[in-house]
Design a protein around this ligand. Structure first.
Ligand code: AMP
Ligand code: ZN
Ligand code: ZN
Length: 411
């Protein structure tokens, strides 16, 4: 009888101990859970667009968060290379998505942003996008469009992703992102990227100083306002860091300043000539490299470089995908392969990335960011390290410099 009572008491004590252990385990969960990062890209949103129209949302982010005077793109200042630099921390010369269209001798295939089979082919994408870094460390991610998110890279893709659909309504994109953030904890993405194209399209068609462009800015500002309003209703609202970037700026085209490559280069000299205003990659036929370079030497409005002479500041020539000659128009000039091309007007980008109006934007607001902080000039290859730091994941090797961007963080 005594023995039974002792056994019962020991049993009870064990139950209490296990309960205590479980409760302590619950208590032992981190007090401040890993923060969230949501990053939006406004394609082609130039550094100074906030000043062109009423932007109540961007104004309040400026007041309570971080704003850079400019986000310098990497070279070339085109859409695909720069979106991919932002998420890998690598220069295009190192991640090797060297332009919107190019030939990749390493896999003997052409890439083009208009060819879905190429955009979705992971073999073109070198380096490690931040969502791959996260997923490999068991941190879930989502992407409502981003260059590279539609391909499996190093065996990973965001847990949630979408095939690019140019016309998909902006507010519905936000609704999907909010749904992702409303998922149960174990399914919820910690990092989300999304993308809105409009500022780029209107900037190309009408130019960065047009009234059409000025009218587009409040529309984008309202979408961002809607996103903030929706996130404010979430339980995790105080843990969300929201970053807004753009891939490049926009330059007004001078319609009188055009260079037609076929006025200088004979067809039989050229193996491949790939690009779009103002940036062309040229692979000469054997023995014609000098003919092309000599013919382009001193042509007003362009720079033509032999691969080995491409300026170091572009960090570009080390890629095997860069052919033997690069031709880039000077600021405000247009460059086209074909003299039958219609007149260029409106705006463009793709120039030397250090030209001031090629600068894009960087805004950030949330628990990890300073309040009312002017960050000065930032560089897009530094963002990868910043996000890895906030998400508490180990970054892959990259070209970013932490000291150039970590000052935006609260200490
Ligand atoms: P560009 O101004 O020529 O450098 O390229 C901008 C265009 O890229 C935009 O008009 C978008 O339609 C397009 N774009 C952006 N992301 C994607 C994507 N993931 N797949 C296909 N096209 C895209
Ligand atoms: Zn772009
Ligand atoms: Zn563009």
């Amino acid at each position: 009888m005594k023995k039974t009572i002792i056994l019962l008491l020991v049993g009870l004590a064990l139950v209490v101990l296990v309960q205590d252990f479980l409760q302590n385990k619950k208590k032992a969960q981190p007090v401040a859970p890993r923060p969230y990062v949501v990053m939006l890209s406004l394609d082609g949103f130039r550094w100074d667009y906030q000043d062109k129209a009423p932007t109540p949302t961007l104004d309040s982010i400026t007041k309570y968060g971080v704003k850079a005077t400019g986000l310098q793109p990497s070279f070339p200042s085109k859409t695909f290379p720069n979106h991919y630099s932002i998420v890998t921390g690598l220069y295009p010369g190192n991640h090797e998505l060297i332009s919107n269209s190019f030939y990749a001798p390493d896999i003997k295939q052409y890439y083009s942003i208009r060819d879905r089979s190429k955009v979705e082919n992971g073999k073109f994408y070198k380096g490690e996008p931040i969502w791959v870094t996260a997923e490999a460390q068991r941190v879930k991610t989502g992407s409502y469009f981003w260059v590279g998110s539609e391909a499996k890279i190093k065996g990973y893709q965001p847990t949630y992703w979408k095939l690019y659909d140019h016309k998909f309504p902006y507010y519905q994109r936000v609704d999907s992102i909010i749904n992702w953030l409303n998922k149960p904890y174990s399914e919820r993405p910690k990092l989300i990227t999304w993308y809105l194209d409009k500022a780029d399209g209107v900037g190309h068609k009408h130019g960065p100083d047009s009234k059409e462009l000025a009218n587009t800015i409040p529309m984008l500002d309202s979408v961002i306002g809607y996103f903030l309003q929706q996130t404010n209703m979430l339980d995790i609202k105080d843990s969300i860091n929201f970053i807004i970037v753009s891939d490049h700026g926009m330059q007004t085209i001078d319609t009188q300043k055009v260079v037609y490559l076929d006025s200088y280069i004979k067809p039989q000299w050229v193996d491949t000539l790939i690009g779009s205003n103002p940036f062309y990659l040229v692979q000469p036929n054997e023995d014609f490299k000098d003919s092309i370079l000599t013919s382009l030497l001193g042509v007003e409005g362009i720079n033509a470089w032999a691969k080995e002479d491409i300026p170091e500041k572009f960090h570009f020539k080390q890629s095997k995908r860069v052919p033997e000659i690069l031709v880039v128009a000077k600021n405000g000039w247009s460059l086209t392969a074909n003299s039958k091309h219609k007149v260029y007007a409106g705006g463009t980008h793709g120039y030397d990335n250090t030209i001031p109006d090629m600068n894009g934007i960087f805004y950030a607001i949330g628990p990890n960011f300073k309040n009312g902080y002017n960050a000065g000039q930032l560089y897009n290859t530094d963002i990868y390290n910043l996000i890895a730091h906030i998400l508490e994941i180990k970054a892959a090797p990259n070209d970013g410099k932490k000291e150039q961007i970590f000052h935006v963080l609260k200490q």
